[in-house]
Design a protein around this ligand. Structure first.
Ligand code: CA
Length: 578
């Protein structure tokens, strides 16, 4: 018998027609037709599943999630980028629905990707670290954690409705064999487990591998060259072909598909192929965006050519805000928003977002729904006629009523760094309980998450606690978070009255997952073989932490000896300066 979560996940839903439209003339007939169609195939799915002999049931819609890497809210023409170099994405928005208030779940790659595929805040799935307050974490090569088996990923659940799933591009949910995407529901993979940093010397640290399904087919900077000097790499073209081939094959086989196109040309070091290099007014970063835009145009064109556009739901967004530490040469734009990647200001968390499903989502709509990357999980299940698992907290909303009927749902947005709840938005009000950009130490070395944007008392370089008197901003009037409301104002008190109970409820119910992204896993560090990356900052950090503890556990003792053997720390003062 299937375990309970499987049973919960496989329930095909027939919820009856959506409730009547609420007075939106613009949405009228098209939305009604979409609702009717969605309802019809759900009914057929249920009848079919119940063995009532229904044959030839229409397929649930294909799902195509286009996830960008470090692309900012302000990088598309439709979001106001002055060069207007994204005609295909702008057209996609004109044919679909734009979400100006759409958020990721963490301002860093790994946790936000885990959130998309699980529908859960990273604090629940374990995609955080306990190594330091408010510390963001991800999965570089030496992190041994990854997506736990206990998490249910979107492709695993979609399998129950007959979907074939492929991920193209960056996985970033763990590089060890047990975390491989094909062990977590994907049927196919072409891409890498990590960022395309490098080149490395291939001795102490190998270049990042590239996989086709189970097989490693090469490495970045070797079989898959990236020229750091010129910015030339053919990767976006390869990822485009992977997408087009997959779509054609699934269409020919009449199978519903889920394609997660998680490409990374806009993550530093940014790259583009030769025909796009030097073509943007924005420099190399713009070249990368132009190639992505062109590729999205080709993908949507293929869907039309194959006559499956009306049966394919497409959503475009990014995993976190633009990396301003690399801007303007290697990083994008967060438009009017404060700071960028790594921070819980709007620039780190608010993302470009476009939904496209011709004949269903009415064209040229702007939705002010507060949306989240985690909604893509729940919405995709809804499209497949599935319900989210009932045995765990799910943070994603089903956005279909928003997209098909224009309905708005009141919901908070939680902004985490690591395991620290930094801020919460409800409606137009955002309350910061902690402010922090990066440490003074880093800042003095030239690392700046908010270049040219310092706001006194807001973009702080020490961790400032405001849990008793949060900093509150009205994001409608002040999207750049520059003018905190006066704590003596009625508006401030009203805003807190709305937000405080939401925070209390969230924190009381929260059950954090086992942290997966600690750089300092004692059991692993005890193995001196694991210290082969001994020059890396995370190993140095871990050794320093191990040496500072007094624990007498076996793992701890072995880890201490391994660190000492690796020559990282000689029990003396050197560690304090690492
Ligand atoms: Ca990213």
């Amino acid at each position: 018998m299937a375990p309970p979560h499987r049973q919960a996940g496989r329930v095909a839903r027939f919820a009856g027609p959506f409730p009547p439209l609420r007075g939106s003339v613009a949405l009228g007939v098209v939305a009604m037709a979409a609702v009717a169609a969605a309802t019809r195939w759900r009914l057929l799915l249920v009848l079919s599943a119940a063995g009532l002999g229904v044959t030839g049931a229409p397929q649930p819609p294909n799902i195509l999630l286009l996830l960008m890497d470090d692309m900012g809210w302000g990088d598309l023409g439709v979001y106001g980028e002055p060069s207007r170099e994204t005609p295909n994405l702008d057209r996609m928005a004109a044919e679909g629905m734009l979400f100006p208030n759409f958020y990721t779940a963490n301002p860093l790659c790994s946790p936000s990707r885990a959130a998309l595929l699980t529908g859960r805040l990273p604090i629940r799935s374990g995609f955080y670290t306990t190594n330091g307050h408010a510390r963001n974490a991800y999965t570089p090569q030496e992190i041994v954690g990854g997506i736990p088996d206990s998490e249910l990923l979107l492709p695993e659940l979609l399998k129950e409705a007959g979907y074939t799933s492929k991920i193209v591009g960056k996985w970033h949910l763990g590089h060890r064999p047990q975390f491989h995407p094909l062990k977590h529901g994907f049927d196919e993979w072409f891409g890498s487990p990590n960022c395309h940093f490098g080149p490395y010397d291939n001795k102490a640290r190998p270049n990042i591998p590239v996989y086709r399904d189970w097989e490693m087919v090469g490495r970045f900077y070797e079989e898959f060259p990236i020229n750091l000097k010129t910015g030339e790499a053919n990767l976006t073209q390869i990822y485009l072909q992977e997408a087009l081939d997959f779509i054609k094959r699934q269409q020919a086989a009449h199978r519903p598909f889920f394609l997660h196109w998680a490409i990374d040309a806009t993550h530093a070091p940014v790259y583009a192929s030769r025909p796009f290099l030097g073509t943007s007014q924005r420099g190399r970063y713009g070249d990368a965006v132009r190639e992505i835009d062109d590729s999205v145009g080709k993908i949507l064109h293929l869907l039309r050519d194959l006559s499956i556009a009306e049966n394919t739901f497409v959503f475009f967004t990014s995993d976190n805000g633009a990396a301003l530490i690399s801007a303007p040469r290697q990083g994008g734009s967060n438009g009017p928003f404060l700071c960028g990647k790594q921070t819980t200001f709007e620039g780190g968390m608010r993302e470009p977002a476009i939904a496209w499903w011709p004949g269903h989502i009415p064209a040229s709509q702007v939705s002010h729904q507060l949306g989240s990357i985690m909604d893509l999980f729940t919405t995709s299940l809804s499209l497949a006629g599935l319900e989210p698992p009932r045995d765990r907290a799910i943070d994603g909303l089903d956005l279909l009523p928003t997209m098909l009927q224009g309905r708005l749902t009141d919901r908070p947005v939680f902004y985490y760094r690591g395991n620290t709840l930094m801020a919460v938005t409800r409606g137009q009000y955002k309350a910061h309980f902690w402010t922090w950009t990066n440490s003074w130490e880093e800042f003095r070395q030239g690392v700046d998450f908010c270049p040219g944007q310092n706001v006194s008392g807001v973009t702080t370089h020490s961790q400032e606690e405001h849990t008793k008197l949060p900093l509150v901003f009205h994001l409608g009037r002040d999207p750049g978070e520059r003018f905190p409301l006066s704590i003596a104002s009625t508006e401030y008190l009203d805003a807190l009255r709305q937000i405080t109970p939401v925070v209390r409820q969230h924190q009381e119910a929260l059950v954090p997952g086992q942290p997966q992204l600690n750089v300092c896993n004692r059991a692993v560090m005890a193995d001196s073989q694991q210290l082969h990356h001994r020059g890396s900052p995370s190993v140095l950090f871990c050794c320093r932490e191990i040496m500072a503890t007094q624990s007498k556990s076996a793992h701890e003792g072995a880890a201490r000896r391994a660190c000492a053997e690796a020559g990282q720390l000689s029990l003396g003062h050197r560690g304090r300066h690492l």
